[in-house]
Design a protein around this ligand. Structure first.
Ligand SMILES: *Cc1c(COP(=O)(O)O)cnc(C)c1O
Ligand SMILES: [Zn+2]
Length: 424
């Protein structure tokens, strides 16, 4: 709803390829050239409304950046997502030889992944458009987020997932009682089915017909990192990639802050990671071609398992234009990444975060990331959702009797297996 007399921060939707313009509406591709549509803002209006002080006095959620998000209503669908911790990672940095490493811990969002950022925006926008039903194809985390936000918005919710997802994600979505559809096939099959359904049903598919608005939620990770670093841009960011959208939007957020004069001008290098068994963007980067060749996913990083990434080309372009790099991580390296982050920083991440840490480690070892660079690694999902991946990582005693004798025996075993004396 537009209020009379107030100038609108939202201008229109613009095709990223041919520049064709469309009114603000639930539409995600250009009728002329089929390119993706992006929200265009009136930055003069935003500049006159925004300041560091105003942001700092805003809510402790990503809605402190309301002026830069593509909604007009103040009545947002929120679970207080965002404004997650930015941790100075001294111990991990020491192991990797990085002096200024930070971890952005987005595993602690309301449904335990960064997808709450895109879904709070998409649900709010869908309601603003007048939709009563919300839906998505998902690799898992989006299913959890849409189910929860659909519940608080009082909307009917339809979720489509590949049949072989981790239990933590099936339950983490199902508990909110959406209509949960398990599809035989990969995410790409699920996505194709949903595109067909969205032609027929008047539903808000958050990452299909609402995608231009949805994806803007990811910009807030860029804003937050800049604010939490004391109003400055990092030198280098390392981001996990599925469709590639998150990576491009973190960069966009930081650049918008620079354009608006909220932070100083400063180049940011953007690097990306994928699981080795599904790394079409990394392959294109390494082969120096802008053609992203679809693959059939086979990786434990299921949340990143998109074989035909919608924003793959734009992620590739951002990585190249900013002087970043792309790397992949094998299943074994992903598990080692999860263990390394837990052991050094006390953060338990899911397999996507294992990819981030494994790729961070490789890029540091290759010298792609400089020792002195202020580097932020994005941890986008919670380890409790993918416990299947790390059951082999955990050692515990057989059950002991509640006696001092059994306890003493277990101490000796601890000493033998860990080679650490319990008294030092
Ligand atoms: C969806 C997801 C990503 C990547 O999202 P894209 O924007 O599709 O690249 C990263 N990490 C986790 C945990 C996710 O669920
Ligand atoms: Zn176009």
């Amino acid at each position: 709803m537009k209020s009379a007399g107030v100038k609108n921060k939202l201008m229109n939707l613009v095709c990223k390829e041919c520049g064709a313009e469309y009114d603000i509406q639930p539409k995600h591709y250009c009728s002329e050239c089929f390119g993706p549509l992006e929200v265009a803002y009136d930055y003069d209006i935003i500049r006159s409304n925004i300041s560091r002080e105003k942001i700092e006095s805003g809510p402790l959620s990503l809605w402190r950046y309301w002026d830069l998000l593509p909604v007009e209503t103040r009545d947002v669908v929120t679970l207080q997502e965002g404004f997650t911790p930015l941790l100075k990672a001294e111990r991990l940095g020491k192991e990797l030889g990085l002096d200024n490493l930070y971890i952005k811990n987005d595993a602690v969002n309301p449904t335990y992944s960064f997808k709450d950022r895109v879904v709070t925006v998409a649900t709010t926008k869908a309601r603003e458009f007048g939709f009563r039903k919300i839906a998505c194809p998902s690799t898992g985390n989006l299913a959890c987020a849409v189910s929860a936000y659909g519940a608080v918005a009082g909307m009917q919710t339809f979720i489509f997932i590949p049949h072989d997802l981790e239990l933590g994600k099936v339950i983490g979505a199902g508990i909110y009682k959406p209509f949960l559809v398990r599809v035989k096939g990969s995410y790409d099959d699920v996505n194709r089915l949903c595109s067909e359904i969205s032609e027929r049903m008047k539903w808000a598919f958050v990452n299909i017909n609402i995608r231009s608005f949805y994806s803007e939620g990811s910009k807030t990770l860029g804003y937050e990192v800049a604010e939490q670093l004391g109003w400055r841009a990092p030198d280098h960011v390392v981001v996990p990639m599925a469709s590639g959208s998150l990576l491009t939007k973190i960069h966009k957020g930081i650049i918008e802050f620079q354009k608006l004069g909220i932070i100083g001008k400063h180049p940011v290098r953007v690097s990306g990671g994928q699981g080795l068994g599904c790394c079409p963007i990394v392959t294109a980067f390494k082969e120096k071609t802008d053609i992203i060749k679809p693959v059939r996913p086979d990786t434990i990083a299921k949340s990143l398992a998109i074989g035909n990434p919608a924003d793959g080309y734009y992620a590739w372009k951002t990585i190249n234009e900013t002087g970043g790099a792309a790397e992949s991580a094998s299943d074994k390296e992903i598990v080692e990444g999860i263990e390394l982050l837990a052991r050094t920083e006390g953060v338990f991440t899911e397999t996507a975060g294992g990819v981030t840490i494994a790729v961070l480690k490789k890029l540091a070892a290759q010298g792609v990331i400089d020792k002195k660079e202020t580097t932020v690694a994005f941890i986008t999902g919670n380890g409790l959702k993918t416990i299947e991946a790390v059951t082999g990582s955990v050692i515990a005693t057989d059950p002991i009797n509640a006696t001092m004798d059994d306890f003493d025996d277990s101490l000796i075993e601890y000493w033998l297996t860990s080679r650490k004396s319990p008294n030092t």
